[in-house]
Ligand binder design. Structure first.
Ligand code: ZN
Length: 70
């Protein structure tokens, strides 16, 4: 896979990924991604993107319950 931004070579490796939202800060230590050796851009595969989105959806639903109880 080539980098979509600079066309550089990408390498598959585990990367840290952070999501900053209102009310929470999610830090994932190791997600498999293609990382560009030239510009350092990270690309996730669809299955990983789906999994992350599912996780966020569940997390936000749980957070709603917690904030209601507060
Ligand atoms: Zn690049």
């Amino acid at each position: 896979m080539r980098c979509l931004f600079c066309g550089g070579e990408t390498e598959k490796k585990g990367v840290a990924h952070t999501i900053d939202r209102d009310g929470y800060h999610l830090f994932m230590k190791q997600i498999p991604a293609y990382v560009c050796s030239q510009c350092g851009e990270k690309f996730f595969e669809e299955k990983e993107v789906d999994a992350i989105q599912n996780m966020i959806k569940k997390l936000e639903e749980s957070l709603k319950v917690i904030s209601k109880a507060a």
